[in-house]
Every structure is written in structure tokens, then in C-alpha cells.
Ligand binder design. Structure first.
Ligand SMILES: Nc1ncnc2c1ncn2[C@@H]1O[C@H](COP(=O)(O)OP(=O)(O)O)[C@@H](O)[C@H]1O
Ligand SMILES: N[C@@H](CCC(=O)OP(=O)(O)O)C(=O)O
Length: 379
């Protein structure tokens, strides 16, 4: 442990803390009340010192297994959702009781990936989280597992936590796991050592980043944590990754775990998630002129520059924007259904309005609902 305290941690006024299933539960025993209390002790202390705290907590599925007679995490989505439904109630009951020891209220916030990209959902989520903080409550966020299908899932709470940190404009993201940081190889093997600081992707070259957690209750392993750190640091938010048992040290700015320094600037771009969305609903193909307009001039995408459509999407869904070679250059929220688009392709907005009515004058993807992907920026 290094002697000096971490400036970025000490300065943080709004902190998102994410805790993994492996730190709160076991597959056989369900929720471990003592470990929940130990975490809440640390969070209450942080709150008492004047910082706002948003907790992103996994553990719903793991907490619901034993009560439903399941010995391990089932592979099918339906049983995972049933377990999450039972477990989320237990998890919140435990947090509510635990925060009450300090006179604090816990507020449940369940989100899906869609909520992070659709404008109205995003605004509502932001408003609720802000209001909870204004009223002195501790938001406890989880993925809305009971409604999230594969297409609209974040898939893991590490990335959800990065998106929430961006959403609430946090100053710091703390990822708590069963491992005390990022190791340069399998942390269980002799010879692997902890990486204390990461300044950018170059520091990760050659690092063996594994998927499976040994506890059997976590989901993404280190891959999703490093990904979450990349998303958050790219949006100007530093990240500390450490073990839940070192939470107090991490929040006091002591040199525990791995510190990922910010790599990008803070932005209020609500479309951050779109850039990282794993499951767009389809794609639209652009001609060369439209690619230039979208990528270089950052204009809206009009029907005149679209040459084809793929997939199954409805108005408002995220779609990929492809160049003539099929490379993804941007992602955006589309304004038309996949069924509506084919007859509009290649036609000018004025033509469409004249023939079909003024409601067809809208852009296929509005510039405010569009994010150009980093690789395409050199297009
Ligand atoms: N390079 C690495 N450094 C640290 N941990 C790693 C690495 N590669 C794989 N892991 C595994 O990732 C696990 C943490 O991920 P996971 O089980 O999903 O945790 P959580 O439930 O906290 O999200 C650790 O227990 C560890 O076995
Ligand atoms: N929403 C799920 C969380 C899934 C997840 O990402 O788990 P973990 O890898 O332990 O952070 C649950 O509450 O069980």
C-alpha cells in the first residue's frame, strides 16, 4: 500500500460504488447479511463525511437461488429472472434494514440498457436519482432483470455502474469485487501481481484479463470490470477497483486495489451508452455521401443517403449505421420502423413530405441521437 492518499478520491463529492454478487452472496447460502452490513457501514461513513453515494448492487439472482431451491445459477433466462425477482426483494429488504441503522433511507432504482439511451427514460432516471440524493436517500441501483431480455440488457452491472456514474455525473466510480484489484495474470496463480495504476490502454497490453470468477455467482469476471473502467475513465471519471473488504481504505483514498486514471473529458452526452451498446436492433446502410455527412459534418441522416436496412427495429431503437463496406461508423436512435423505411430510401425529404405527408419529413436518425464511433472518426 502506498503512503500518499489519492487526490481524486479525496476530492470526490459524488461517488458511485458498485458491489458484485461474489462480495454479498454465495451460491449455496444466498445473501450474507454481515457482508451487506459491513458495506453499508463504510457507505454510511462516506455519506457522513459529506459525499453523496449511489450504490449499484448485484446479487439479486444469487440471493434468490437458495429460496427457490436452486443449487446454482441456472443457464436459462427465465429461471434467472425468477431468481432475480425473489432475490431483489430480499436484497432491498436487507439494504433498507441496514441503512436504517444509520437513519438513512435506501431507494430502489431498476434500469435496463434501454433506459440509458431513450431520451425520456434517461431524463426520468436522472431526475429520480438526483431527487433521491437531494432528499438524502441512498439510491440502490440494479439491472431490471425481470423485464430485461437479451436485447435490452446491460448484461452486467460493471458496465451499468459506469453508465450510472456518467448519468449522475459522478466524480468517482468504485468497483468492489472478491479480488483486490486487477492482476497481470490469473490472481490465483503464484507470480501474478496487482497492477496499482492504469493510465490508459497501453498499461493493459499483455495483461491476462479472465472472465470467470471462482465464486460461481458473478457474471463477467475481470473483462467487464476493465470495460467499465474504460467507459468511465473515457468519460472523465476515475475508477478504483478493489475487494469489498477494502472498501473503507478505497473510499478514504488509501492506495488499495487498482486506480484507473481518467483518460477523457467529462461530458454530459447521454449517448455514451449507445457507443457501448452490445445489442443494436438492426442496421441501416449509407451511401458514401451520407457517411461523409454523418462522420465528418455530424449532420442528421436523411432517407436520401440510406441504401438498405437490416434487422428488426422499431422507431426509437438503437441501430448501427454502416458504410458501403459494411463497417459500423456510427450508432443512433432510428426514427422509423424497419417496415416503413424501404419505400423511403434514396428519396429527398421534400419529396417524401409532398407525397406522403409532413410526418415523413423527419430525419432517419437525428444528429442529437447519433454517436460517431471512434474508428470512424478517421474515416
Ligand atoms: N487479471 C485478473 N485480475 C483479477 N481478477 C481476475 C483477472 N482475470 C480474471 N479474474 C477473476 O475475476 C473475478 C471477479 O469477477 P466476478 O466473479 O464477475 O466478480 P463480481 O461478482 O465482483 O462482479 C475474480 O474473482 C478473478 O478470479
Ligand atoms: N442483475 C444481476 C447482476 C448481474 C451481475 O453483473 O453480477 P456481478 O458480476 O456479480 O456484478 C443480479 O443482481 O444478480
Amino acid at each position: 500500500m502506498t503512503g500518499s492518499l489519492r487526490e481524486d478520491v479525496l476530492k470526490a463529492r459524488r461517488i458511485v460504488v458498485k458491489v458484485g454478487s461474489s462480495s454479498l452472496t454465495t451460491a449455496s447460502g444466498g445473501l450474507d447479511a454481515d457482508r451487506v452490513d459491513a458495506l453499508v457501514d463504510v457507505l454510511a461513513k462516506t455519506r457522513g463525511e459529506g459525499a453523496e453515494v449511489v450504490l449499484v448492487s448485484s446479487g439479486a439472482i444469487a440471493a434468490g437461488l437458495a429460496p427457490l431451491g436452486l443449487a446454482k445459477r441456472p443457464s436459462d433466462l427465465a429461471r434467472q429472472q425468477a431468481a432475480a425477482s425473489v432475490g431483489q426483494g430480499l436484497l432491498m429488504a436487507r439494504y433498507t434494514a441496514s441503512f436504517a441503522r444509520y437513519g438513512l433511507r435506501a431507494g430502489q432504482v431498476l434500469l435496463t440498457a434501454e433506459d440509458a439511451s431513450r431520451r425520456a427514460h434517461y431524463r426520468n432516471a436522472y431526475r429520480t436519482l438526483e431527487q433521491l440524493l437531494v432528499m438524502g436517500a441512498v439510491p440502490v441501483v440494479n439491472e431490471n432483470d425481470t423485464v430485461a431480455t437479451a436485447e435490452i440488457k446491460f448484461g452486467d452491472n460493471d458496465r451499468l455502474a459506469a453508465i450510472v456514474a456518467h448519468l449522475v455525473r459522478a466524480d468517482l466510480l468504485v468497483l468492489l469485487s472478491d479480488v483486490d484489484g486487477l492482476y497481470d495474470g490469473d490472481p490465483g496463480k503464484p507470480g501474478s501481481s496487482r497492477i496499482e495504476e492504469v493510465h490508459g490502454p497501453e498499461d493493459l497490453a499483455g495483461v491476462e484479463i479472465g472472465t470467470a470468477g471462482k465464486a460461481g455467482v458473478g457474471t463477467g469476471g475481470m473483462v467487464t470490470k476493465v470495460d467499465a473502467a474504460r467507459i468511465a475513465t473515457g468519460a472523465g471519471i476515475p475508477v478504483v477497483l478493489t475487494a469489498a473488504r477494502h472498501a473503507a481504505d478505497a473510499l478514504a483514498g488509501r492506495g488499495t486495489g487498482t486506480l484507473f486514471h481518467r483518460t477523457g473529458r467529462r461530458s454530459a452526452d447521454r449517448l455514451l451508452w449507445l457507443e457501448h451498446a452490445s445489442a443494436p436492433r438492426g442496421a441501416v446502410r449509407l451511401d458514401a455521401g451520407a457517411v461523409r455527412a454523418v462522420v465528418e459534418r455530424r449532420t442528421s441522416l436523411l432517407a436520401a443517403g440510406v441504401t438498405g436496412v437490416e434487422g428488426k427495429f422499431a422507431a426509437g431503437d438503437p441501430v448501427d449505421l454502416l458504410d458501403e463496406n459494411g463497417h459500423i461508423v456510427a450508432r443512433g436512435l432510428v426514427n422509423f420502423d424497419v417496415r416503413e423505411l424501404p419505400r423511403l430510401l434514396g428519396r429527398s425529404t421534400r419529396d417524401l413530405a409532398r407525397e406522403l405527408g409532413p410526418e415523413y419529413e423527419r430525419e432517419v436518425v437525428h444528429r442529437d441521437d447519433l454517436v460517431v464511433l471512434p474508428d470512424a472518426r478517421e474515416h
